[in-house]
Write a protein that binds this ligand. Structure first.
Ligand SMILES: Cc1cc2nc3c(=O)[nH]c(=O)nc-3n(C[C@H](O)[C@H](O)[C@H](O)COP(=O)(O)O)c2cc1C
Length: 225
């Protein structure tokens, strides 16, 4: 294996991958992913876990319809549903997905096209399943999505600090449900806020995802309104 990618490089390299090779995830990589996930759970007060060598989660007509093939591993985003649960699932789910990319793996978020009935059975009583992320060695690396422009996702486009522009560009590379990109970043007195713009599905999860991309590249925290 080559050198590990930086988070910024992982953001550039990441695209949704829905078809996977049979190659299993080696034990040492699994250990790194599990340790990383445990830290995210502590930080985000969540119960995220990874299922390895379990084809059942994506064994459904819906998953095939959604063009998933040979998904043998997946990340389950769950926890006690309180406060900003969906935003936190987005934020930490993407943090783990990008770490997986750094380790040479591929991913694809799935809110709908997986075997929800079966995955729900893995969740302890009192907890809620948010969604899952397919994980593995992709048949391809995927392709870049069609993206909105910088000026379409910021409230004031002119004379913003460079780090803000870089953060927004990183957010534009993030996955969003149906590639809807219904978010906006606002920068005022060096403080950054992200908000949902328009109506869509899973926009809160998307907001957490794009906020993580922004923070990872700009080094500046994002607040939510
Ligand atoms: C919250 C969320 C839910 C998604 N749900 C599904 C899904 O159910 N099925 C699917 O095939 N892709 C799903 N996707 C993947 C998106 O279609 C994909 O991220 C988007 O088209 C952008 O492409 P990219 O990830 O290659 O950049 C989802 C993505 C996100 C962020």
């Amino acid at each position: 294996m080559g050198r590990i990618l930086s988070v910024a490089e992982a953001i550039d390299a990441r695209h949704s991958v829905r078809v996977y090779k049979d190659f299993p995830i080696p034990e040492e990589i699994r250990k790194q992913l599990d340790d990383f996930t445990e830290n995210c759970n502590k930080e985000g007060n969540l119960h995220i876990f990874i299922r390895y060598n379990d084809a059942d989660g994506f064994d459904s007509r819906l998953a095939h319809y959604g063009s998933f093939r040979n998904v043998k591993n997946y990340i389950v985003l769950a926890g006690i549903k309180q406060d900003d649960f969906d935003i936190r699932c987005g934020y930490y789910g993407e943090k783990i997905a990008l770490y997986a990319q750094q380790l040479g793996l591929n991913t694809c978020w799935a809110a709908l096209t997986f075997n929800k009935k079966l995955v729900k059975k893995l969740i302890p009583d009192g907890e809620t399943l948010c969604m899952v992320i397919a994980l593995g060695y992709g048949e391809t690396a995927g392709i870049p999505h069609k993206s909105k422009k910088y000026s379409e996702v910021v409230s004031i486009a002119d004379s913003q600090p460079e780090w803000f522009q870089e953060g927004v560009e990183a957010a534009l590379k993030a996955p969003t449900a149906m590639n809807q990109q219904k978010f906006q970043f606002v920068c005022f007195n060096e403080k950054v806020v992200a908000r949902i713009k328009g109506i869509g599905s899973f926009t809160k999860v998307d907001l957490g995802i794009v906020a993580y991309h922004f923070e990872a590249v700009s080094g500046h925290k994002v607040g939510f309104v």
